[in-house]
Design a protein around this ligand. Structure first.
Ligand code: ZN
Length: 309
C-alpha cells in the first residue's frame, strides 16, 4: 500500500490543535484533484495515529463511509435537506474521535440559501467541528464564506515533470498511476506546508479588504505580524501586476486578484506598482517596516482618491 504523505504533512504543518482554523477550502480548476487531496486530508484528521492511510479502524471506517464522526456530501446538486442533516450534527459531541469532520465536495453546488445556513457555523465555529470544502469554481461561493476559509491551492504537475517520472518508473517496473497520484500530492504539500505563504496571503487579504480610508492604516499596520516582509511585498507586487492582465497568471489565489480588481482601477494599479517597488527597495536598505507599510498604504489610498476625483 502506498503511504500518502500529503494529509500527514499538511496536518503537521497546520498544527491543528494550536490554531483556530475550522474550515478549509481545497481549490484549483481540477475538481478531481481537489477532492482527492481533501479526502486524504480528512482521513488523516480522523486517523487514530494521524498518519492517515495506515489501515487503522478509523481509516477503514472513513473509507467505507461508516465513521460516526465523518460526514461526506458529494452530489451534483446538494439539497437543503443534506445541509439540514449536517446542521443537526454540529452541536453534538464527537463519538469516537476528538473532532467531527464534515466534507463537502464541489461546494459550488451548494445553493445560496444553504450556503447562508452554513455561514453561521463558520462565523461561530465549534472547536470540535472541522469543515473541509473543495471547489473548482470559487466564484460561486459567497464572499462572506470565502473570507472565513483557510484556502489551500492544489497545484498540478507540469507535463514535463510527469514524463520524467513516468520514464523513471517504467525503468523500475513500478505502477505509474499510483506514483502519479502520490507525486501530485507531494507537490501540493510542498506548497501547502509553507505556513508563511498562507499567513502572508491572509495578511494581504485582510489589509486589502479593510483598507478604505487613512484612518484604517494605524490599526492595519499594528495588527500585522509578518514573518517574511520580503514575501509580503513580492506577493503584493505580483498580485497588482496580475490584476492588470485579463487572463491571470496568478496560480495561488485567484480571489485575491479579484479583490484588487474590484478595489482598484487599472490606472490606480499602474500608479501603485512603483510605490510597491519603492517600498521593496526601502526594505532592502533596512528602513523600519512599520514606516514602510504606513507609507505604502497611505500612497495607495492617495492614488485611489485622486483617481476618483
Ligand atoms: Zn489511520
Amino acid at each position: 500500500m502506498i503511504k500518502c504523505i500529503d494529509g500527514t504533512s499538511l496536518y503537521k504543518s497546520l498544527k491543528l490543535d494550536r490554531i483556530s482554523t475550522h474550515a478549509y477550502l481545497f481549490y484549483s480548476d481540477d475538481s478531481l484533484l481537489n477532492n482527492e487531496v481533501a479526502l486524504s486530508f480528512a482521513e488523516t484528521l480522523l486517523c487514530n495515529t494521524h498518519t492517515g492511510h495506515d489501515n487503522c479502524d478509523s481509516c477503514k471506517q472513513v473509507e467505507s463511509l461508516s465513521h460516526p464522526d465523518y460526514s461526506l456530501l458529494n452530489q451534483d446538486s446538494i439539497k437543503v435537506e443534506d445541509i439540514n442533516k449536517i446542521m443537526a450534527k454540529l452541536d453534538t459531541k464527537p463519538i469516537v474521535s476528538d473532532k467531527k469532520v464534515f466534507v463537502i465536495l464541489n461546494f459550488e453546488n451548494v445553493n445560496e440559501i444553504s450556503q447562508n445556513k452554513l455561514l453561521k457555523s463558520f462565523e461561530e465555529p465549534n472547536s470540535s467541528n472541522i469543515f473541509i470544502l473543495t471547489s473548482a469554481h470559487t466564484d460561486k461561493i459567497l464572499g462572506t464564506i470565502m473570507s472565513r476559509l483557510t484556502k489551500i491551492f492544489v497545484p498540478r504537475m507540469s507535463s514535463e515533470d510527469k514524463s520524467i517520472i513516468a520514464k523513471d518508473l517504467l525503468n523500475n517496473n513500478i505502477d505509474i498511476s499510483k506514483y502519479m497520484k502520490l507525486d501530485k500530492l507531494t507537490d501540493m504539500v510542498n506548497f501547502a506546508t509553507n505556513e508563511n505563504y498562507i499567513a502572508t496571503l491572509n495578511s494581504i487579504r485582510s489589509i486589502l479588504t479593510a483598507l478604505n480610508s487613512t484612518s484604517d492604516i494605524p490599526r492595519l499596520v499594528s495588527n500585522l505580524n509578518l514573518i517574511d516582509k520580503n514575501l509580503f511585498l513580492k506577493i503584493l507586487q505580483e498580485l497588482f501586476l496580475d490584476s492588470l492582465l485579463d487572463e491571470t497568471n496568478w496560480k495561488f489565489d485567484a480571489d485575491l486578484v479579484n479583490i484588487v480588481k474590484e478595489k482598484f482601477s487599472n490606472k490606480v494599479v499602474l500608479k501603485c506598482l512603483p510605490i510597491i517597488e519603492d517600498s521593496y527597495k526601502k526594505l532592502i536598505s533596512n528602513v523600519n517596516f512599520t514606516y514602510i507599510l504606513d507609507n505604502l498604504l497611505f500612497n495607495i489610498l492617495k492614488e485611489k482618491f485622486y483617481a476618483n476625483k
